[in-house]
Design a protein around this ligand. Structure first.
Ligand code: HMG
Length: 383
């Protein structure tokens, strides 16, 4: 049975910081952030955007186009959870009037969360072929002002509809996985920002990629040149570039040029948004499809990595006419219409967003779409 991605929704908040401004404020050569890290801009979520509101906005992009009576599963992958108990997916379900007779929950394994949700959804659809599943990744990456990780922050969400005979990409459920208990990046319950062993985390990422890629290509009898594109979890775009370098070592010039070109197309949105943890790999997929429009039938390799650490390499094939399901103009406009913050403004917004809300405090928003409106009796409200 062919199962995969049928719809994609994308959302990122309406504010950003320019990496040249940030570099100057931190007394760093802008070349380090632009080239060394590979980022141009970084999305900034104010207090009115959280993992739930961004997820509602991303899912809203396609919800009117799907058959709601077929929906059987809604899974929300995040590491920016808003509640220790209630699933973020229930807020989404209420906001979008989704049916009550569905299975819905939240899951977590750092940036691997959306891949875990996708693989769960594929198994679910294979077992219930008339049913569909919504899977969401939504996160705010926070390391803190003037930390080494600061330049790799970001915010956004990707929402996908998984179904039989999908209209965007069929996913091969034979994959290669690798996991180990590793302290490269973590966020204890009483911390608002992540803790990270930065350089170590980049080495573990590359090591896990090597394990998964070698195992997959061997098991599936594939060569690097068989891939039209290789896409990566992009905590910052240079990270994916380093992994790609390992894959293209010793390849012929044509394969090398193609994979480098496709990587650049797939990194276009990430360069403007930053790390969105669970959704980063899938923002790269969307970016490739909307910026480059590879031909139908192309084999795409995807590497998912979540610190802690869990990795999976898998592949998808683009379906004929997939372009019709995309909204490149809308996404371009969403990125272009964002408000540029000065570094001082960003710091203020960032520090405000870390503060706990008082009970029954209202939150205002200057963004279009759904937002977090504050609490009433410590219950979160979305408008
Ligand atoms: P750093 O110490 O600021 O940077 O940390 P650096 O000194 O290593 O420099 C970075 C690069 O810039 C180097 O290039 C420099 O040479 C270059 P590289 O050696 O890497 O090729 N550079 C310049 N280039 C051009 N012009 C210049 C210049 N100066 C220097 N003038 C680090 C960087 C990424 C470690 C830090 O930002 C960090 O800790 N970030 C957070 C951790 C992270 O993103 N890790 C990625 C792997 S783990 C992961 O992906 C999972 C994650 O998404 C979480 C999850 O799973 O939930 C993070």
């Amino acid at each position: 049975m062919k199962v995969g991605i049928d719809k994609i929704g994308f959302y990122t908040p309406n504010k950003f910081v320019d990496m040249v401004d940030l570099a100057k404020a931190r007394d760093v050569d802008p070349g380090k952030f632009l080239i060394g890290i590979g980022q141009n801009k970084m999305a900034v979520a104010d207090k009115s955007q959280d993992a739930v509101s961004m997820a509602i906005n991303a899912t809203s992009e396609y919800i009117d186009k799907i058959e709601l009576d077929k929906l059987g599963l809604l899974v929300f992958g995040t590491e920016s959870s808003v509640d220790q108990s209630k699933s973020a997916s229930l807020f989404v379900k209420k906001a979008l009037n989704l049916p009550k007779n569905i299975r819905t929950f939240e899951l977590k394994e750092a940036c691997f969360g959306l891949t875990a949700a996708i693989m769960t959804a594929i198994d679910y659809v294979k077992a219930h072929e008339d049913k569909t599943a919504i899977v969401i990744g939504s996160d705010i990456a926070r390391y803190g002002v003037a930390t080494p990780g600061e330049v790799t922050q970001g915010a956004g969400s990707i929402s996908l509809l998984i179904k039989k005979d999908p209209s965007i990409m069929e996913i091969n459920s034979e994959t290669s996985m690798y996991s180990d208990d590793i302290d490269d990046f973590w966020r204890p319950n009483n911390f608002k920002c992540a803790l990270v062993d930065g350089k170590y985390s980049t080495n573990v990422y590359l090591d896990f990629f090597k394990h998964c890629f070698e195992d997959y290509t061997q098991k599936q009898n594939l060569k690097t040149s068989d891939f039209e594109a290789l896409l990566f979890h992009l905590p910052f775009t240079k990270m994916g570039q380093k992994a790609l370098k390992l894959a293209i070592e010793g390849q012929d010039p044509e394969t090398t040029a193609r994979l480098l070109d496709k990587f650049v197309a797939g990194a276009t949105y990430g360069k403007e948004v930053g790390n969105i943890y669970t959704a980063s790999l899938y923002m790269s997929l969307l970016s490739l499809l909307e910026v480059d429009q590879p031909k139908a039938g192309s084999l795409i390799g995807l590497f998912s990595y979540g610190s802690g650490a869990m990795a999976e390499f898998f592949t998808g094939r683009l379906v004929d006419g997939y372009e019709k399901q995309l909204a490149p103009e809308k996404h371009k406009e969403m990125l272009e219409k964002r408000q540029k913050l000065t570094v001082a403004e960003y710091e203020e917004v960032f520090n405000e967003s870390l503060k706990d809300l008082a009970e029954s405090q209202e939150v205002q928003s200057d963004a279009n779409g759904w937002y977090f409106a504050g609490t009433s009796n410590n219950i979160r409200k979305y408008s």
